[in-house]
Design a protein around this ligand. Structure first.
Ligand SMILES: Cc1cc2nc3c(=O)[nH]c(=O)nc-3n(C[C@H](O)[C@H](O)[C@H](O)COP(=O)(O)OP(=O)(O)OC[C@H]3O[C@@H](n4cnc5c(N)ncnc54)[C@H](O)[C@@H]3O)c2cc1C
Ligand code: FES
Length: 257
């Protein structure tokens, strides 16, 4: 983990309400793995004081990294006003990545909402392993889908669901995943998304004996396992999402419900 002066190359909006930042940060791009995140100081001042955590959405061989985010509060609003050329301070890569190697032939990648941020780097990495990839992607409104053509042309099998709109299944992504799960015995699952979706996934996989990794989000301060601000119970232990995770065994996570 290192501190990086990340130069903003471009900021755009791939879908309504969703922002993408492209930074030049060669060292970070080279060393990041899917599921890891970066703690960003959202302005080039110390206000706000605390960094904000963002999954690494994609990395490229030209030394750039992408962050995908939704504006939800002051920090992300300030971040959305950053102009190209500005350098923001990023600490990373942080956390433990998804385990994409292993003895499975099919990857089931399940993303809801901003879970698409880590899912794309995961898919980029899985594509290099030659495994077959099924991407189950759920959003609220179908204008939040992006890069669908690229996904299809890369050979990713797409399963889409939206609560409003005409693209894919009308409803939750878990509705279409549940009846299909037994079709992929030689597979491994990866899931990222909002807590209610993760809890539902945990119930659904009880009778489906493949490994499932989950990427968790908790409010964070230090980002490096010191402040205990992001503690969760996983199995018999209290773990820090920032330093022990954010990737955990989905079956082991205690969602407290
Ligand atoms: C490991 C990790 C990876 C993340 N990756 C992404 C990502 O790729 N894209 C993205 O848009 N967001 C991501 N988040 C959430 C992101 O960090 C928060 O949305 C951001 O910090 C909010 O900052 P703010 O100042 O705009 O909002 P604040 O004013 O701090 O909060 C606004 C709202 O967002 C909620 N919130 C704040 N922090 C978090 C958090 N850590 N997790 C969930 N909800 C939060 C608050 O409860 C509040 O409702 C990630 C969080 C973690 C822990
Ligand atoms: S944010 Fe401080 S321990 Fe995780």
């Amino acid at each position: 983990m290192k501190q990086h002066r990340m130069r903003l190359i471009e900021q755009n909006q791939p879908a309504p309400g969703i922002m993408r930042m492209i930074f030049k940060a060669p060292d970070l791009a080279r060393n990041s793995r899917p599921g890891q995140f970066v703690q960003i100081r959202v302005t080039d001042t110390f206000d706000p004081l605390l960094r904000r955590p963002f999954s690494i959405h994609r990395t490229h061989s030209n030394g750039t990294i992408e962050i995908l985010y939704r504006i939800v509060g002051r920090g992300t609003r300030l971040m959305s006003r950053t102009r190209p050329g500005v350098r923001l301070d990023g600490m990373g890569p942080l956390g433990n990545p998804f385990q994409t190697e292993g003895n499975f032939s099919t990857a089931l990648v399940v993303a809801g909402g901003m879970g698409s941020a880590p899912a794309f780097m995961l898919i980029d990495t899985l594509l290099k392993t030659g495994k077959s990839i099924h991407f189950f992607w759920g959003v609220r409104c179908d204008d939040e889908f992006f890069h669908l053509e690229w996904l299809r042309s890369s050979g990713v099998e797409l399963h889409l669901a939206c609560e409003r709109g005409d693209t894919g299944h009308q409803g939750l992504i878990t509705d279409i995943l549940e009846p299909m799960m037994n079709r992929y015995p030689d597979s491994k699952g990866f899931v990222c998304g909002p807590k209610p979706m993760l809890e539902k996934m945990q119930r659904m996989i009880r009778t489906f004996p493949i490994p499932w990794e989950v990427s968790l989000e908790e409010k964070m301060a230090c980002g490096v396992g010191v402040c205990m601000g992001c503690a969760v119970r996983v199995g018999q232990k209290i773990q820090m999402v920032c330093s022990d995770g954010p990737v955990f065994d989905l079956r082991e996570v205690d969602f407290g419900s």
